[in-house]
Every structure is written in C-alpha cells, then in structure tokens.
Write a protein that binds this ligand. Structure first.
Ligand SMILES: Nc1ncnc2c1ncn2[C@@H]1O[C@H](COP(=O)(O)OP(=O)(O)O)[C@@H](O)[C@H]1O
Ligand SMILES: [Mg+2]
Length: 476
C-alpha cells in the first residue's frame, strides 16, 4: 500500500534534485553585460573575497563615486555601449593617474568593466540582487534600507547618492519590463526580468521618497522535502498533504504576508499528477510548477488612459474556458473568489489558492466576505454551503517571532451543520516556550482526528500508518 505513496515521494525527490527551474532565465542580468553575468554565475555573492585586493576595491568605489558626481549619468547611459565604455575608460584612466594607483592592465580593464556594469545594471542594488542569502530588499527612501537574510530583517547601508539616483534605478527596472511610474501613476507592481517581484511607490504616495520592495525570485524554490528539513512541517504532515493534493483534495494555503504561502503552494503543487492540465493565475508570475502541462496567466493593470485592465476575475473566468483540470490561483483576495469556488465545485477539484488570513477559521470568514463582495444575490447559507463543499484542506502558515516559518495548523473542512461550516484540525504546532535567544520552542502534534479524506485516498491506494494521527504524539 505504501508503494502508491512512493510515486509521490519520487516526484518530491525529483523536485528537490531539480536544477534551476526552466522558468525565464533572462534575469536582471539581461541588462548586464555578459562578462559580469558569467562571473556572477560562477561564484555568487562573495566574489570579491579575500583575494581581490582591497586596494582595487577601494579605488573602484571611489572612482565610481567621482563618476557619479562629475559626469552627467543620464546622458552617459543613453550612449551606445561601446561609446559609453570609451568615455568611462578615459575618465577612469585619468583618475587612476591622478590618484597614482598602481594598477596593471588587467586590473585597470576589470575596474572599467565593473564601473560600466554599474552603469548599465542596477547600481547599488546589484550586489544585493546577486547575494543568494538575501530574499527581500526593502527601501524606504534612499537612505533607509533593509534586507531580509535567513528570515531576519537587517538595516543596511546602500550607497545611493541621493533620491534621484534611487528614482533613476526604479525607472530603469520598471522601464525594462515595459511599465511606467511617475507622479500621475506613482504605484507599480511588476515582475522583474529575472522573475523577482518588484513593487514601488514614489512621491506623492511615498512620503519620504521612493518605497521599493523586492521579493527576490529564488531559483531553487523550496521543495516539500526541504521544508521538512527546515522544520516548517513534519514528514508525516508532508506525506498527508502531498497525498491530499495528489488525490484532488482542494487545498487553500492561508497565512500573512511573507509567511511562505507561495512557497508552500509551489511545493505542494509538485504532487499534482503529470497528466493534468494546470492553469495558473497570478498578479506577478512567481509559481514554478514542474508539470509538463502548465498554462500561465498574469493580470494586467490599466494603461494610462485607464483601459485594458485584466483582473484576476477575468482570468479565472477565461481559464474555465480553457479546459483546465485544475486552476491554481496565486492569491485569492477579492471578487475572483466567487468564480474560483464555482470552479472548485464543478469539476475542477484539486484547484489551489493562497489567502491572506491568520487562522483557518479566519480564512473561511475572508472567503465569505469576498463572496459577499461579488454582489450576487446569495444568502449567507448558500455562500457558506458553496465554501463548505468546495474546500477540503486549509493549511495555515505563520511566521514566528524568531523569523522561522511553520505550518501552525492543518484543518479539514467537513461540511455544514445548520449554517455553520464544520472544520476539524488534524495537525497543529504547539508552542511551549521561548529559549534565551528568543527562539520559539514547540512541537508539532496530531490532534487525534483522522481526516475524512483518508477514505478517498485509500480508494486510490494511498494509506498511512495509524500512528501519524495519534493524538499528542510529538511529531518530528
Ligand atoms: N519554511 C520556510 N523556511 C525558510 N524560508 C522560507 C520558508 N517558506 C518560505 N520561505 C522564504 O520566505 C520568503 C517568503 O515566502 P513566500 O512564499 O513568497 O511568502 P508569501 O507568499 O506568504 O508572501 C521567500 O523568500 C521564501 O523563500
Ligand atoms: Mg505570495
């Protein structure tokens, strides 16, 4: 009986072992010269390690600063690349002489390359974008910047010369993906060429100058196995969730911003059988489904005249005309909930979505609200019964105060009693304390309730040891 699960396990391994996703490989680096691209690929992050002489590094920083101060960058950036390099090269050669720096030809050339790269690339953001340990870059005006590394936010100094410098880089990013941002439309949410999610709010919305949030695209999305290794859930929980997804149990991932919803959705989607046709709908395509048959759609904001907007709801409706087996909605947050639930109730079981909520109960309440927003004449009772019959599993994610992300609850929706949606918790994370470093201490446990959907899974040949659901048993 376990053998059936081996199929799931295998898929899991494949994903874990899979090299970088086949997704868009163009990268921010598309607007970077290839030399730098190669170097960055070969040795990410600490490229400029101990060996590179600090003398050259210092010189680079200083000369680059002089260049920014003394030269009309805007004009320089408009030049053809060859011409730009020649001008930068003259400038650098002159400064190197003036500063009496003893550089050999190779060092001089690489210094010029670096500086040109800075000009063509995203300036002070480049090293942050290349550092694989950084997952988020958050800028609140040019001299107030934070990065997230391993779940922890840290303030850092990013050498923007002034607000205009930052704004120029924002424009560059936005322009590279065919979007715009200015005083009349000061908000922009876009996907960068490398797949990273980019959001900017400039004046007058950004009171202290440009607000920029970049959620970096991670090439190796965490697989379910890795999430188990990270302690986000236990192996038994992972096996049950994987099997539920495999067996077309409609699953909703609930959590706050940055709790790992998209990551979990992506990891679980690996267990959808390969012969199904999947349609994904997102505001900014982040999911990296591994299946061969995936059709990806992205919403579109209105153009400058206010026309042409394509919202999630439009895309969900359209997706249903595209013969999907399952629809995967990046984030359900409004009127599209109605169409999504209809889909889930009419032959597209196993569809998945994330939702912004703090508990499984709260997720249901949110859905109710969203359905109410649709303006359809529906009674509360009918709204609830739609929800109850559509959903099977709700996975709740939480980011603990120590920065770690965990599944804090797995609940099963079992139906209606009167006009109340019935839910039962299957697994949960129990906090027992905090250690001296502020790290949360706790364990996962089963509640003792055997999920109803086990029967359907058994019919598909997937069975679990009874001990997986034994109550109070601290699960590893
Ligand atoms: N269990 C986890 N452990 C460590 N990092 C995680 C975990 N889950 C997600 N992450 C990281 O956290 C960040 C936010 O995850 P994401 O899935 O985009 O969150 P959300 O969709 O909830 O906003 C990403 O950089 C992701 O790689
Ligand atoms: Mg997300």
């Amino acid at each position: 009986m376990q053998s059936r699960f081996a199929v799931l396990q295998k898929r899991n391994d494949i994903q874990a072992a899979a090299p970088a996703a086949p997704a868009p490989e163009k990268g921010v680096s598309q607007i970077l010269p290839s030399s730098r691209k190669a170097a960055a690929a070969a040795e990410p992050a600490k490229v400029e390690g101990a060996k590179t002489s600090s003398r050259v590094l210092d010189a680079r920083v200083r000369i680059h600063r002089m260049l920014i101060e003394e030269i009309n960058l805007v004009a320089l950036e408009r030049l053809p690349r060859e011409e730009m390099r020649r001008q930068v090269s003259d400038f650098v050669a002159e400064k190197v002489r003036a500063e009496r720096l003893a550089l050999n030809v190779a060092e001089l050339e690489s210094l010029i390359d670096d500086i040109v790269d800075e000009m063509v690339g995203l300036g002070p953001l480049e090293p942050l974008l290349k550092d694989p340990e950084i997952s988020d870059i958050l800028i609140n005006g040019h001299n107030n910047c934070f990065v997230e590394k391993k779940g922890k936010l840290t303030k850092i100094h990013v050498p923007f010369k002034d607000e205009a410098h930052l704004l120029r880089i924002v424009n560059k990013i936005v322009g590279a993906v065919g979007r715009r941002i200015d005083e009349s439309s000061p908000l922009c949410d876009a996907r960068m060429l490398d797949g990273s999610r980019f959001n900017a709010a400039i004046r007058p919305i950004g009171v202290d100058g440009p607000l920029v949030s970049i959620r970096k695209f991670s090439k190796n999305k965490l697989s379910l196995d890795r999430l188990v290794d990270f302690g986000a859930l236990t192996r038994p929980m992972a096996e049950v969730l994987a099997a539920a997804v495999h067996a077309r149990k409609t699953t909703i991932i609930s959590g706050g911003t940055g709790t790992g919803k998209t990551t979990m959705l992506n990891a679980l989607s690996a267990f959808i059988p390969e012969d199904e046709r999947l349609i994904t709908i997102e505001d900014a395509a982040e999911l990296q489904l591994q299946q061969p048959h995936v059709a990806r759609m992205e919403t579109r904001p209105a153009n400058i005249e206010g026309h042409g907007e394509l919202r999630q709801r439009d895309l969900v409706k359209n997706a249903l005309r595209m013969r999907p087996d399952r629809v995967i909605l990046g984030e359900c947050r409004g009127e599209e909930a109605f169409d999504m639930l209809q889909a889930m109730n009419t032959g597209h079981e196993g569809s998945m979505a994330t939702i912004h909520a703090n508990t499984p109960r709260d997720a249901i309440a949110r859905l109710e609200q969203m359905l109410g927003m649709t303006g359809m004449p529906m009674t509360v009772q009918s709204i609830r019964s739609q929800i109850a019959s559509a959903l099977d599993i709700i996975v709740q994610l939480t980011r603990l105060s120590d920065g770690r992300r965990k599944i804090t609850s797995v609940a099963e929706v079992t139906g209606m009693e009167g006009d109340v949606i019935q839910m039962q918790e299957i697994f949960r994370f129990v906090r027992t304390g905090t250690d001296s470093d502020g790290k949360i201490i706790g364990h996962f446990e089963a509640t003792g309730i055997r999920p109803r959907c086990l029967e359907d899974m058994r019919a598909m040949g997937i069975e679990f040891p009874g001990k997986y659901f034994e109550p109070g048993r601290p699960q590893e």
